[in-house]
Design a protein around this ligand. Structure first.
Ligand code: SAM
Length: 278
């Protein structure tokens, strides 16, 4: 999508639009079921240039057909999710036996890939895959995420430990809601934090980095955590503001050098993956 249009969308995201009075009187298109194709590394059986669909697995999502709907960007899948998924498919050891916390999960593309990889790398049926917490600030988004994860055609529906939780980063900013938010997070003991396209709104950078720092600095028996964040750089100032906030929080940033191979029928775009740790 054209980045200028996206930035304009962001501007209007928080404005209260009176639909009756505005020119936006036609409703958004209805959700569609979209099937994405993906394949494991080295799973190609054919060497010719024709795509052999037998090499691919599928992932189906009920998605919005617009970029922003009902005041949220979470009802559709964004490019950074696709690229981070591809990176994890290439490096499954990062998550195969790890407890995962995803922030701003949207309708679940990345979560479904993680759940599927965990099921594919599960060694025995008697050892269930670890916990996977998919979190978002928006209740409607989370409900749709649950519906997608549980679609019987998705391998994720067989994962017994996928959890969906409301987690709003801004709750950590205010002392009134902070202690409840912290208590809610106490039950989580993730090994790795994931996030895709959740650095886009300058106003959300501080609250998001606050949550990251809280989780990355929280002491645990199994050693330090890392966070893998994929983001599309639409506006260099927003990206720099993110890096500055991360530095103020005394977190260490490592840029991951990874080029999407386009194996998932992806358009190649400039997406940065950032690895954060304390
Ligand atoms: C651009 S979408 C990305 C969704 C998904 N990760 C993807 O890549 O397709 C941003 C997501 O961040 C969530 N979000 C926005 N503000 C948030 C907040 N304050 N706390 C937690 N999540 C938030 C939105 O609901 C939305 O799902």
């Amino acid at each position: 999508m054209n980045d200028r249009i996206y930035n304009r969308y962001l501007e209007v995201l928080n404005q209260q639009l009176d639909v009756a009075d505005s020119s936006l009187s036609c409703p958004p298109p209805t959700d569609s079921f979209i099937t994405h194709y993906w394949r494991l590394k080295n799973s190609a059986s054919s060497k010719n240039s024709l795509v052999n669909l037998d090499d691919y697995r599928t992932l189906t999502l009920r998605e919005s057909r617009t970029t922003i709907q009902d005041g949220t960007t979470g009802l559709r899948t964004w490019l950074a999710s696709l690229v981070l998924s591809e990176y994890l498919i290439d490096t499954p050891d990062l998550i195969a036996n790890k407890r995962i916390l995803e922030l701003g999960s949207g309708i679940g593309f990345l979560g479904i890939i993680c759940a599927s990889l965990q099921r594919l790398h599960q060694t025995t049926e008697s050892a269930p895959p670890p916990h996977l917490w998919l979190t978002d600030a928006n209740e409607d988004v989370l409900t749709k995420c649950r519906g997608n994860v549980q679609l019987p055609c998705n391998l994720s529906s067989t994962h017994p430990n996928v959890h969906h939780r409301l987690l709003d980063w801004t709750a950590f900013e205010h002392s009134a809601s902070r202690s409840t938010a912290l208590a809610d997070m106490d039950a989580l003991d993730e090994d790795i934090i994931l996030g895709a396209d959740i650095v886009f709104d300058p106003a959300l950078i501080e609250p998001f980095v606050t949550v990251l720092a809280l989780r990355l600095f929280k002491l645990r028996q199994n050693g330090p955590r890392v966070a893998l964040i994929a983001l599309t750089v639409r506006n260099p100032d927003t990206f720099q503001a993110f890096l500055d906030a991360v530095e103020r929080a005394a977190l260490t940033v490592e840029h991951v050098d990874y080029q999407s191979s386009g194996r998932m029928f992806l358009e190649r775009r400039k997406v940065k993956r950032t690895r954060l740790h304390r």
